[in-house]
Design a binder for this molecule. Structure first.
Ligand code: HEM
Length: 534
């Protein structure tokens, strides 16, 4: 800057330089004034259009509800209060910048989640930081999304999912072997998230890429990179300055993110390229390759749209990255909270255990098969109730390119960010009796009088493509765990009774502050000493 001024002063006289600086400052002042007026007019416009929604009191007219957004136990308790007070929806603003409608009642959730894909936009406030890592599936809109979704859907067909059940058994067995070793060495209280996250990554890698990472037993560069990326994304969200790319990429965290990203991208690129080469080699030589069960990469490599076009290698890599991201933490969270809820309710735990024991009676070994899943009725009810009470994903956001009508003559103006609160809907006392209690009977299959959008852990119709996969894995892991271990609530050994009980931690997925600790008591295995999947 000083160099520039020096050069200019050689060329211009001091008088002239003064005039130029004055003109620059005046120009800047006009730009700032126009920007501020535009912002205030926009703020007034949104305030007027959103006046049909109740607005909770704000700390100041400028900051709006900024101070109320907390990713802590207290933040969740405030949502409970909001839901009790406003019952279905309310409006929020964060400074004059963001205007939100928050909804937490099925009648309000439904029109938003059912709106046509052509008018629905995934709000970039939440998803933009994921873009360098993930493909467009989680983020894309309209026709682009519909085409990709059609091409990816076959990877989650029942016939394919059946093959994955064996991988779930194998990965769970590895985790349980580790638990047994820990208990034999005198550790009885275990932090669940660390163990279960590695297990879900292990099984996803087997299902998606037929890749045995052995990540539960030894360090895997790829798995460590995924865990690091997830942590860095949470970190970035919490630091407002890091929201701007040009700042973030210069920070230590930004550089770590890029390094981890290159590990992940190199891995998926290699898998996809090698697999495509293998498939075309088999076609050319018409080799009858030994029959290998198809995995996710095979299926999307072979998938074609109506015009006979498939996905490019880059698109497949991006989708594979999305599956790894969207599938591991969410499922791990669901498994951990289900085990936690069963640990806190020994009667339900025993009922589930009895169901699994009955199922396995007379069998040689302890493998849960695909056909068994439909017979785990009560266990599935407990899993669903846990997904309600401790939903892994707290909320999804959307924007619309047209106004959307809601009940009570309310309208969501186009461009407004809609925060569909899964947590709020699942804890709404006008929808659920005793919403804070764990009551699996709510999900008795004969109970059909619930609104279609009261239970939305996987969001609405533009929903989670992996939900059947997740529910199958949940049932296998929960069933095998109850067969082999008795669970009780535990305490972080470093804090003991000072831990003061569980405090929920809503990050990308719902976790627990300081970890989720459970006591494990191994149960005798009547049929086999070291169970292995078939
Ligand atoms: C209990 C476990 C899971 C929960 C609670 C969950 C929840 C969700 C939710 C709420 C969404 C909607 C996000 C949005 O609309 O903004 C979503 C989308 C998605 N999920 Fe899951 N998920 C789980 C497991 C999985 C698994 C195992 C996979 C893959 C193997 C997966 C892959 C995806 C993908 C690819 C999307 C984007 C779908 C699209 O936009 O078309 N999820 N998930």
């Amino acid at each position: 800057m000083s160099l520039l001024v020096g050069v200019l002063s050689l060329v211009l006289s001091w008088d002239r330089l003064g005039q130029v600086l004055y003109a620059v400052c005046a120009g800047l002042a006009v730009v700032v004034a126009v920007w501020t007026v535009r912002l205030l007019v926009r703020h007034a416009w949104y305030t007027h259009r959103l006046s049909c929604f109740s607005k909770p009191p704000v700390d100041s007219w400028l900051k709006g509800h900024l101070g109320k957004m907390k990713s802590t136990e207290e933040g969740l308790l405030e949502v409970d209060e909001l839901v009790k007070t406003f019952k279905h929806s309310c409006s929020w603003f964060i400074g004059p910048f963001y205007h939100l409608v928050r909804v937490f009642h099925p009648d309000y959730v439904k029109p938003l989640l059912m709106a046509h894909a052509n008018i629905t936009v995934k709000d970039e406030l939440i998803y933009d930081h994921l873009r360098p890592w993930l493909g467009d599936l989680l983020i894309s809109n309209g026709e682009v999304w519909s085409r990709k979704r059609r091409l990816l859907t076959p990877a989650f067909h029942f016939d394919i999912l059946k093959n994955y059940v064996n991988m779930f058994n194998t990965s769970t067995n590895t985790m349980h072997d580790k638990w047994r070793r820990l208990v034999a060495d005198g550790t009885t209280t275990i932090e669940m998230f660390d163990h279960v996250t590695l297990m879900t990554l292990d099984s996803l890698l087997k299902c998606a890429f037929s890749y045995n990472s052995n990540c539960q037993e030894s360090t895997s560069e790829y798995v460590s990179a995924i865990v690091q990326l997830s942590d860095l994304i949470i970190d970035r969200r919490q630091n407002l300055l890091h929201h701007w790319d040009w700042i973030y990429w210069k920070t230590k965290q930004g550089k770590q993110f890029k390094e981890a990203l290159s590990v992940v991208h190199r891995f998926t690129r290699d898998v996809v390229q090698r697999r495509r080469a293998l498939i075309s080699q088999q076609r050319e030589t018409e080799t009858k390759a030994p029959r290998r069960k198809k995995d996710f990469v095979d299926i999307i490599l072979l998938s074609k749209d109506e015009d006979g076009h498939g996905l490019t290698d880059e698109e497949i890599q991006a989708e594979a990255n999305t599956f790894m991201f969207a599938g591991h933490d969410t499922t791990a969270s669901a498994i951990c909270w289900t085990l936690y809820n069963l640990a806190r309710h020994p009667d339900y735990q025993e009922k589930c255990r009895q169901e699994v024991t009955d199922l396995m009676e007379g069998r040689d070994g302890q493998n849960i098969d695909w056909d068994d899943l439909a017979n785990l009725t009560f266990t599935t009810m407990c899993i669903r109730e846990s997904l309600r009470l401790h939903s892994p994903v707290q909320a999804v956001t959307r924007k619309y390119t047209q106004d959307v009508a809601l009940p009570g003559n309310r309208t969501v103006p186009q461009g407004t960010i809609c925060l569909v609160s899964i947590y709020g809907t699942h804890h709404n006392p006008t929808v659920w009796t005793n919403p804070y209690d764990f009551e699996p009977q709510r999900f008795d299959p004969t109970n059909t009088d619930r609104s279609s959008h009261a239970f939305i852990p996987f969001s609405g119709p533009r929903n989670c493509i992996g939900q059947k996969f997740a529910l199958a894995e949940l049932r296998v892991v929960v069933a095998l765990t109850l067969l082999r271990f008795r669970l009780a609530p535990g305490e972080n050994p470093e804090l003991g009774s000072r831990s003061g009980g569980i405090r929920r931690l809503p990050q990308l997925v719902l976790r627990a502050e300081g970890g989720l600790w459970l006591q494990l008591e191994p149960l005798p295995t009547p049929t086999m000493d070291t169970p292995q999947a078939k």
